[in-house]
Design a protein around this ligand. Structure first.
Ligand SMILES: *Cc1c(COP(=O)(O)O)cnc(C)c1O
Length: 431
């Protein structure tokens, strides 16, 4: 394909509606009837739903069952005007947020922190997503390091596989990001991490598990280094926070990664992934109030009045927090356990199937995010062949690979088999 062809193709892929539905380039002079607007929204929904509903997507929609989706929408509808910035008008928003925080903390062994140090109690907030939770934690460590440790030019040490949000945080907040390699098993190299600690280090990071390869870093050892040095240890459980506790109960090998470890000082965990909430919520938890306060902001002498905010936003989507609360309460421990059982069983079948396909291999030993690579085939061509068959997979590099993050969609009948049949055909074609 020539360059203009490629660009035209890309434009078609990203803007497929240009020629199909009206483009609104300015406000309509007269507002359209609700029914007409809703019909357009529904038309677009229907065009897009089949692909993720049928399990063609990696991650993206983590539950997606019709009844559950309708329930989230109904929960949203009850609170659509809510804004936690006005606690006098919506005290319920404060209740929902506090309960999402405490339910999540208790799932991640939050009760343990008092046994490590008297007076400690997990504190946190609901943010708008994993990225915001990570930004907030990095901001808190930067300011805590400055105020408590006197570090003027803070550094945070991350495995190269840590989420791009850490890079974004470093960029936004002027934090030095020190990247350490991962081993053959795709887990953080603890010796390299230890060696990278300097007088400027304010925190170490580990993922449970990592986005690219689904590998759980050796959090116990990372947290021990942090504890020994008196610095922070952030665990990015955005992806695994709502699965690993239940995987552990089901007998899967899950190394300790939560507040059971005295060195773990904060955890990010996404309600909008395996918590099965609607997109737009995540939780950031800290081991104690003191650390949490470093993410909060107060403007005392603004003419607009006393302005207090605990996250990056000002006005916040109270309805999304309420819908996240509803998802947690309606799913319950039994629901999360059941979903974990289904997803992990599907992942086991998928991994076994991939390992039987000549020329392909699974990177590391993941539980539910399966990165596929090859020593002999061009893996991007295999991914391209999968795209032609409808799959939306995540391309990875260093090393080159692609992954599928399994969700409830992949636990539906026939999806894993379809993936394996297509993958075998894709590899054959490339070969
Ligand atoms: C998804 C994810 C994030 C970022 O979350 P967003 O909700 O996309 O902002 C961070 N870390 C890991 C491991 C993730 O999987």
């Amino acid at each position: 394909m020539s360059a203009p062809d490629i660009l035209q193709n890309l434009a078609k892929q990203l803007k497929p509606y240009r020629d199909r539905v009206e483009t609104m380039e300015r406000l309509p002079a007269e507002g359209k009837p609700h029914a007409e607007v809703l019909a357009l929204l529904e038309q677009l929904r229907d065009l897009e739903a089949a692909r993720w509903q049928q399990g063609y997507a990696s991650g993206a929609v983590y539950h997606g069952g019709q009844e559950h989706t309708d329930f989230l929408s109904a929960a949203y509808r009850t609170q659509s005007q809510s804004n936690p910035l006005h606690p006098d008008l919506w005290p319920s928003a404060a209740k929902f947020e506090a309960e999402v925080v405490s339910m999540t903390a208790s799932m991640l062994s939050g009760a343990e922190v008092r046994t490590h140090r008297r007076g400690d109690r997990v504190a946190g907030a609901v943010s708008t997503g994993g990225t915001e939770s990570i930004l907030l934690a990095m901001l808190a460590y930067r300011d805590w390091g400055r105020d408590e440790l006197g570090i003027a030019q803070p550094e945070v040490i991350v495995p190269v596989t840590a989420h791009a949000a850490f890079e974004k945080a470093a960029h936004y907040f002027g934090i030095g990001l020190v990247r350490v390699p991962v081993g053959e098993d795709m887990r953080a190299d603890v010796a390299a991490m230890r060696a990278a600690v300097t007088e400027r280090t304010v925190a170490l990071v580990g993922s449970a598990p990592s986005f690219p390869h689904g590998a759980i870093d050796p959090i116990e050892e990372i947290a021990a280094i942090a504890e020994e040095r008196g610095i922070g240890c952030h665990v990015d459980a955005c992806l695994g926070g709502f699965l690993l506790p239940f995987a552990e109960r089901l007998g899967y090998p899950v190394p300790p990664f939560d507040f059971r470890l005295p060195g773990v000082t904060s955890i990010s965990v996404d309600t909008h992934k395996y918590g099965y909430a609607a997109k737009g919520t995540s939780v950031i938890l800290y081991r104690n109030q003191d650390l949490f306060h470093h993410q909060c902001y107060t403007a005392a002498d603004w003419p607009g009045g006393l302005y207090v905010s605990s996250t990056l936003l000002g006005s916040r989507p109270g309805a999304l927090i309420a819908a996240a609360w509803a998802a947690l309460v309606a799913t319950g421990e039994d629901g999360y356990l059941d979903s974990a059982r289904r997803i992990l069983a599907a992942a086991d079948r998928l991994k076994a199937g991939v390992r039987e396909i000549p020329d392909l291999k699974v990177l590391g030993d993941p539980l539910f995010v399966v990165a596929i690579a090859s020593d002999t085939l061009d893996i991007y061509q295999v991914m391209e062949q999968m795209s032609r068959r409808g799959w939306s997979l995540n391309g990875l590099h260093r090393p080159v690979a692609f992954h599928l993050a399994l969700t409830r969609r992949h636990a539906e009948d026939g999806v894993v088999d379809r993936f394996l049949t297509d993958l075998r055909a894709a590899a054959d074609e490339v070969r």
